[in-house]
Ligand binder design. Sequence first.
Ligand code: DMJ
Length: 463
Amino acid sequence: MKKHNFLILLAGMLLLTACHNAPEAGKPASATSDQIAQEVKQAYLETYRNYMEYAWGQDDLKPITGSGSNWYDETLYMTAIDALDGLMLMGFDKEADETLEFLRQNISWEKDISVSVFEINIRLLGSLLSSYQLSGEEFLLTAADELGERLLPAFESPTGLPYKYINLKTGETSGAESNPAEIGTLILEFGTLSELTGKEAYLNKTRDALISLFEKRSDLDLPGMVIDVEKGEWKNTSSHIGGMIDSYFEYLYKAWLLFGDSLYLDMYQTHISALNTHLAEEVEGRFWYGRGDMHTGEIKRQTFGALEAFMPGLLALSGDIERAEKLQESCFAMWNLYGLEPEQIRYTDMEVLSPGYYLRPEIAESAFILYMRTGEETYREMGEKIWTDIREKCKVQYGYAEVPDVRNPEVRNDYMHSFFLAETLKYLWLLFEEESLIDLDKYVFNTEAHPLEVIAARAAPLD
Ligand code: DMJ
C-alpha cells in the first residue's frame, strides 16, 4: 500500500478506533500531547540526520563520538533499514527518499558473514516488508525476498527448528542451541513474504517450526528456555516471559491476528493459561510473572526486567485488560525506582540485579497498546514520564546513549541500538500523536515495531 493510502486509512480508522476503543472519542488533541508528539518526532529526525551525517550506511550510530559501528565484518545497513518505515510514517519524506535511493544503489546480501537469523528477520526483513507496504517501492520487496531466500537454509535441521545463525553467502548454519524467541519470532515476516511473493515455503517452514516447538512444551504447557534444534531436547528448562522466550508468546497471538488461523490462538491460549496458573503472582499488591521450571511450575526466581515489560501490551492486545493494567503498574514502578528502568530487578524487594538501561522500548510499547485499548490518560502520563527521563538522562551530542547503571546516569555507553528509533521513539510518538492512531485490527506490529498489514482474506473472522 502506498503511504498516501495508508494515511487515508489511518484517518478513516481514527473515528472507528475512537468509537471502539474510546480514547476520548471526538476530543481534539491536547496541546501537551501534541507537544510531546512533536518533541519525539523531532528527536527521531535529529538522531536520524546525525546517523546520515556521521554513520551513513553503517549499522549503528555511536551517539557520543558521532561515528558508526557494524555488527559484523560488513554492514547490513541496520539503522537505515530499521528506521525507514518510521521516517515514512512520520512524514519525513526527504530523509526517507534519500534512504530509499541509498538502499536501491547499495543493498546486497552477498556477504560472507554469519548472522543472527532472529535479528536479521525482525529488524531488516520486518522493516523491508513494512516499508514496501507503505511505499509500494518494488525493490524493497525484491530485497526482502532475496534476504528471505538466504535465511531459509536455517530450517534445514533434523527437527525443522531453525539454527540461530546463517552465513548469508554460503548458507552455512551454526548455533544448534537456540531458544523459543529465536525459533518462534519469524512467522509474521515469513508469512507476509509468502503472501506477497506467492512462495509458500516461507510460511510453511516457520509454521512447522512453531508447531514443532509448541509440541515440545511440558505437561504443564510451559516452554523451556534453551533447546537443541538438532536433537529436539531442552537444554535449560527455566520457563518465564523474559528474553529468549518473550516474543515466542507475542508471535503466537499476532500470527492469529495477522493470518486469522485459529491454530495460533489455541497455542497462545494454552501457554498463557499455564503462565497465569504457574508463574503469575502478587507480591505486596503488585502483579508479576516469575521464573519457574517448565516441568514443576515452581517459581524459582522472583525476577522481572525491561524485556518482560512487553507483556502488558500483549495481554491488552489479547483482551486481558485487567492483568495488563496491573502488570503495567508494576513495570512503571520498576521504571520509577531510578527514573530509567534497570535491565532486571528482584520484585520481592525491588532490588536491582542488572542495572543497565539499554534504550529499550517495551514499557512504552505497552503504554501505547494500553492507551489504544482503554483510552485511559494514565498511559500517556506514564509515556510522558518515560520520555522525559530518556530525554534528560540519555540524550548526548549526536543521539541517545545507553546508561550502564541507572543509579548513576551520568555515565553512558557510546552505543545506540537501531531499535531506539525503530521502536522506542516510534511507540512514544504513536502514544501521543492523535492523527496517526493505527487501528490495531488492521495492522500488526512485528516485535521490532514494523507494522504489517493484516491479510485481508483471513480464514476465520476475528472475535
Ligand atoms: C528488540 O530487538 C525487540 O523488541 C525484541 O523482541 C526484544 N529486544 C529488543 C528491544 O529491547
